[in-house]
Design a protein around this ligand. Structure first.
Ligand SMILES: Nc1ncnc2c1ncn2[C@@H]1O[C@H](COP(=O)(O)OP(=O)(O)OP(=O)(O)O)[C@@H](O)[C@H]1O
Ligand SMILES: [Mg+2]
Length: 312
């Protein structure tokens, strides 16, 4: 089976992108697939959620890989969770790109948030210096091993990537360069969307971005689905907003996953502990929702589980 690259993207922040990336990756691992979780967010939330402390580590990261400073295998790490591997982000890598340190409590998150813009513009400048023509295509070139990336629908995947069945990529919110870079490399996009008022704001712009990327860089990019998250089941507001989401997606002809991710306060504890939902006793039911999502994703690619989920 060819490697499938799935990008989790949304205009909005805090809609469950990282949670979906980590737990979809973990669910695919449980289904017997070889999975690489890829962190392309300088906040390093996905890295932390698989038990790695980004402020204690140094070494090559996803950003170093894209800048041509290392090979994929130099940066990839194994995790304590099945056969799941991660291409991580560490604070030191962000520092290397010239983002100054902030002191004080909660400094990691504050720094990551406040200086994300600074990081993105430095990364963009660095990438444009190295690859003056179409820096957006860098990752696509690395993935495909071809000079033109996936520009003409090339599906070849270089040896480094071909050992994985799926690469699941976590991205920062908003339209920043890493997003374009990953979309130019990806087979498919999943858009997590919080079930709330104004949920679909920015959605039309996301669809425009996807069709622009398709036109210019990657004609085979698919939108596999919109994923409804933070649903407070059995409340009237959720029912109303879910209905609105169904309406909009239907009108725009975009698929909405059957699986709906409910709001569960224990999810916050699991990510704080650096555990995928499958590995925390309080979140087994929520993990099962990501197993259902994984089945839908596999089905979209004509794929199915390789093995029964292992005991956790
Ligand atoms: N189903 C859920 N129920 C309750 N809380 C959740 C759920 N899923 C995720 N969370 C929590 O909500 C917060 C935001 O989720 P997450 O980090 O996945 O969003 P994000 O879209 O990646 O955010 P950002 O835009 O900052 O990258 C986190 O604290 C996470 O633990
Ligand atoms: Mg995130």
């Amino acid at each position: 089976m060819a490697t499938r690259i799935l990008a989790l993207n949304a205009q909005k922040g805090g809609v469950g992108k990282t949670t979906a990336a980590v737990n979809l990756a973990s669910a695919l691992d449980q289904a017997g697939k070889r999975v690489l979780l890829v962190d392309f967010d300088p906040q390093a939330d996905a890295t932390m959620t698989v038990g790695i402390k980004p402020h204690e580590e140094d070494g090559p990261t996803s950003f170093d890989y894209v800048l041509g400073q290392c090979r994929l295998s130099d940066a990839v790490r194994s995790t304590d969770f099945g056969r799941l591997e991660v291409l991580p982000v560490y604070d030191a890598a962000i520092d290397r790109l010239g983002v100054p340190k902030l002191a004080g409590p909660d400094s990691r998150r504050a720094r990551a948030r406040a200086l994300a813009d600074g990081f993105h513009s430095r990364f963009a400048a660095e990438l444009a210096r190295k690859y003056p023509d179409e820096p957006e295509l860098t990752l696509a070139r690395l993935v495909s091993g071809l000079g033109e990336g996936r520009k003409r629908g090339a599906v070849a995947v270089s040896d480094e990537w071909s050992q994985y069945d799926y690469a699941v990529v976590d991205l920062p919110p908003q339209q920043v360069l890493p997003v374009a870079m990953v979309l130019a490399s990806a087979d498919a996009v999943i858009i997590p969307t919080k079930v709330e008022a104004y949920a679909m704001r920015g959605f039309a712009r996301m669809l425009d971005t996807i069709s622009d990327v398709r036109e210019v860089f990657n004609p085979s990019l698919r939108l596999v689905g919109v994923l409804a998250t933070f649903a407070q089941m059995r409340t009237q507001t959720t029912t109303i907003y879910l209905e609105a989401m169904r309406d909009v997606t239907e009108r725009l002809g975009t698929p909405l996953f059957e699986t709906i991710i409910p709001y569960r306060v224990q999810a916050i504890a699991a990510s704080g502990l650096g555990l995928p939902l499958h590995y925390y006793s309080e979140t087994k039911t929520l993990a099962a929702m990501y197993d259902k999502l994984a089945v839908e994703v596999m089905r979209a690619f004509g794929d199915k589980p390789t093995s029964r989920p292992t005991t956790r």
